[in-house]
Design a protein around this ligand. Sequence first.
Ligand code: SAH
Length: 248
Amino acid sequence: MDIPRIFNITESAHRIHDPISAEKLATLGAALRLEPGDLVLDLGSGSGEMLCTWARDHGITGIGVDMSQLFTKQAKKRAEELDVAGQVKFIHDDASGFVSEEKVSVAACVGAAWIGGGIAGTIELLAKSLRPGGIILIGEPYWRQLPPTEDAARACLANAISDFLMLPELLASFGRLGYDVVEMIHSNQDDWDRYEAAKWLTMRRWLEANPGDEFAKEVRAQLTSEPERYVTYTREYLGWGVFALISR
Ligand code: SAH
């Protein structure tokens, strides 16, 4: 079981697979007022940076579930590097339907809300693992500016304008689901650049090392078109944030 290979190629050198910097991830950990021993569940945990650094900085314990073999391997390696392998566990699996045995203080899905079939379904899934009064963390894109056409939305790699909301509507939607928004952190264009532009050098190096690979044509096509697409569309129209929610 694995995610589509293209992501394991383009994001192989990413430590964080989202437009959030290491500094903002640290700010978020502090903002949540985590206590030593708090258990944090992370669905779509990627290369484990959030759980590993929060284990180091706040003494939390964590469970991460991710479908990428490569990212899960990298997460385990990161835990060893930061000397927190005894506190965090990374499971290679499909996280759709995953409910932890023990109730958690924080249940997160940062940049992978398709795991629960969208925001509402993901919140419902995370809530099954959460202790009463615990925090749900959701990382999601929103429109910073509304794209003028459906074509422009597709060029942001959305299926349609209706895939994402503007920020006030996104916050209102959490309210309608019965949650208070109790904290948040947002990406700026520099953060988006770290996530997107970092893929380009990885692709370039990968092409140099794998000229005969069956994926070389696809990677070459992406490297040729991505920089211009990204600065014209995603960088201008898409915002991204992590929202902390507590049930009303
Ligand atoms: N939260 C991480 C990763 C976000 S990228 C971070 O911020 O770094 C989305 C992640 O979801 C990828 O690591 C991908 O491998 C994982 N993923 C995609 N589909 C999944 C599924 N069905 N179950 C578990 N993980 C999945």
